[in-house]
Design a protein around this ligand. Sequence first.
Ligand SMILES: NC(=O)c1ccc[n+]([C@@H]2O[C@H](COP(=O)([O-])OP(=O)(O)OC[C@H]3O[C@@H](n4cnc5c(N)ncnc54)[C@H](OP(=O)(O)O)[C@@H]3O)[C@@H](O)[C@H]2O)c1
Length: 303
Amino acid sequence: MTRHRFTPHGPEFSRLVLGTWRLLADPATCSPDGIRALLRTALEAGITTVDTAEIYGLYRVEEALGEALRGDPSLRSRLEFITKCGILVPCAGAPGRRTAHYNATASQIVTSAENSLRLLGVEALDLLLIHRPDWLTPHEVTAGALNQLLRDGKIKAAGVSNYSASQFAALSTFMDRPLVTNQLEFSPFCVTPIHDGTFDQAQQLGFAPMAWSPLGGGRLFDDHNQAGVRLRAAMTQMATRYDGATPDALTHAWVLAHPARPVSILGTTKPERVLSSARADTITLEHQDWYAIWEAAHGHQVP
Ligand SMILES: NC(=O)c1ccc[n+]([C@@H]2O[C@H](COP(=O)([O-])OP(=O)(O)OC[C@H]3O[C@@H](n4cnc5c(N)ncnc54)[C@H](OP(=O)(O)O)[C@@H]3O)[C@@H](O)[C@H]2O)c1
């Protein structure tokens, strides 16, 4: 698996990343044994980087990961952990919380980071992201907390998710070290980062974005989704040029092919699908095939 340095002097991660948003969604795979099996399969495929967030599973995924890792501590040292903070929604564990909101204040970021460290059982987070911009907190305050966590060695790198290009630029102004990523929705189903300036900014500043929901959150395999049906038909036709690669592998390869150098975050909870998707790392799509996938997703030629 290719390693990907996010910025010239920044951290290195695997080019395909294991996402954990849906980790507890399937009772068949969410036991500590099931999670360990998923992590071992990812490592077997060269996927060493895990993407998580405090809010995943209504604040239970980080804990479940930590519990699984305690059962086999050798796994922890072979993995890098990326987590996110700052989305607060009402839930049983937070009785005073009335309204879903974003919070990127200094005290919230530090509290969240320290919770993540404790739950995952690691001494430092490899990368901490602000999950979504908090419109009410000055960028200078958010950057101050990230700078402090970097100085204290509690996080090794800082980044953001779902930031616009101008929000990224504004927060960057106050950072002691460059933000190393912006995690964005990107797939044949959602090409917004190509048009809204975020991928141009990544190329301009030289950082690697991260692509979430690369298979459209599963729409690729939904027989009721017309774009998904067209995409699978197109990819079945082109598979002969790529040694029979499956639609999931070809779609991740499509994401990886963008010149902004995105990494692609796998959303599956099934070890066998991790293996089929991992083939993406070996696939270089022909120029016209990349556009054929765009065409299949949109249902028409490029304008
Ligand atoms: N920063 C953010 O705001 C943000 C937002 C959303 C997600 N994320 C991150 O991005 C990761 C990926 O997002 P995602 O989960 O939406 O990814 P995705 O890969 O687009 O969608 C995953 C869904 O597709 C299904 N799937 C995958 N391969 C399949 C196959 N071969 N056949 C049938 N179904 C298949 C999975 O089901 P199975 O599990 O049954 O395979 C799952 O339900 C998340 O885990 C999270 O880490 C970040």
